[in-house]
Design a protein around this ligand. Structure first.
Ligand code: MG
Length: 384
């Protein structure tokens, strides 16, 4: 029986994780939940799963939840709050596995704390690996703590990497759906509206990641993530546009063999893989290969998607540049959604912030967070 801490339990990865727990009650149990701000969902999850501990974003929300649990006659659940609360959930002594699914750098400290406490981590938060990948992977290596990627591409790569030795890997091929503007002519990019950018062809996701898919910055963040997770150089990572999103990624070996991972586009499968690794439990998440007719692949267009080029450049420099890539994008995406900047203002903002970013490699999470704040400040100065 694995006892889980789920950080980001009310988000889509958190809810999918709970649906896996529901399907495999003999394998998994909920020990701790970090729920954020969604009070009704937090209350529903606490009543349904009866974790030992639950964390809310603020003291006020925690107080409200504690009151509701008392009224409902539910006891034995410790209600905590804030970053310290999330860290407490991640490091609870009886937790065997931590699912890190808090969006943004908010989950960073808790993910780091989980690794330092020797807990295996299922990582769905790509910003963690982008901003602090050097620190997190070093800590994981030192403590021999596995980090199992839940992002579908990296999960696929993780599966394909089990087949050969690290030194035999030539190229990691990350597949990209190409987003909604894969075929839009470059001269129309100036008029893209938030509504158009929020329509993703294959995945239903949060707002920032949907915009990041439209600019392909999401794929850029995944390039950085792949370099850190699998300890390869940026020159060993390539992106291929694969509109069907059927092949989740591929690994090319030095002998010329290329291994691909195919499955349904359902996040529950990478979650199950991460939770169960190194085992593979039987599931109902089957893919109908007999119905498959086409697999298309095409090279990405770096001119229409400059975010991809910027991400490769940041990956090459590492450290502060990767932090700035993520931070500047988050600020720019917000401004685009507020209609303060055009769609192509997103890569322009990132490029300008990267240009003023010093080459540095923060050695602690505090330094990462300081570099993140500083990059956001510089991004905001650039915006109207
Ligand atoms: Mg992905």
């Amino acid at each position: 029986m694995k006892r889980l801490a789920i950080l980001g339990s009310t988000g889509s990865i958190g809810q999918s994780t709970l649906s896996i727990v529901e399907q495999f009650p003999e394998r998994y149990q909920v020990a701790a939940l970090a729920a954020g701000r969604n009070m009704n969902e937090a209350f529903a999850q606490a009543s349904r799963w009866r974790p030992r501990m639950i964390s809310l974003a603020t003291e006020e929300l925690a107080g409200e939840l504690a009151g509701r649990l008392r009224e409902a006659g539910i006891t034995g659940i410790e209600v905590v709050h804030g970053t310290a609360g999330t860290v407490a959930c991640a490091t609870l002594p009886d937790v065997d596995f931590v699912v890190s699914a808090i969006v943004g750098v908010a989950g960073l400290e808790a993910t780091h704390a989980a690794i330092l406490a020797g807990k295996p981590v299922g990582l769905a938060n790509k910003e963690c690996m982008v901003a602090a990948g050097e620190i997190l992977t070093r800590a994981a290596r030192e403590r021999k703590v596995p980090i199992l990627p839940i992002d579908s591409e990296h999960n696929a790569v993780h599966q394909c990497m089990r087949v050969g030795a690290h030194a035999e890997v030539k190229t990691i091929w990350l597949t990209a759906s190409g987003g909604p503007f894969r075929q839009l002519p470059l001269d129309q990019f100036a008029n893209i509206t938030p509504e158009q950018a929020l329509k993703h062809p294959t995945w239903v996701m949060g707002r920032r990641i949907t915009i990041d898919s439209a600019t392909m910055l999401n794929k850029g963040l995944e390039v950085v993530e792949a370099c850190r997770l699998f300890d390869v150089a940026p020159s060993q990572v390539r992106v291929t546009v694969h509109p069907q999103s059927t092949v989740h990624s591929l690994v090319e070996y030095v002998d010329g063999s290329i291994l691909a991972q195919i499955s349904v586009t359902d996040m529950r499968l990478p979650i199950l893989y991460a939770l169960a690794w190194p085992e593979r439990p039987a599931s109902k998440l089957t893919f109908d290969l007999a119905a498959l007719r086409h697999l298309d692949f095409e090279p990405p267009d770096f001119e229409r998607f400059p975010c991809l080029r910027l991400a490769f450049e940041a990956a090459e420099k590492g450290g502060a540049h990767c932090i700035a890539l993520n931070a500047a994008d988050e600020v720019a995406v917000e401004a685009f959604l507020d209609r303060r900047i055009p769609f192509m203002g997103i890569p322009r903002t990132i490029e300008e912030v990267l240009a003023t970013t010093p080459e540095a490699h923060p050695a602690t999470i505090a330094e990462v967070l300081a570099a993140d704040r500083e990059a956001r400040r510089r991004a905001r100065v650039l915006l109207p």
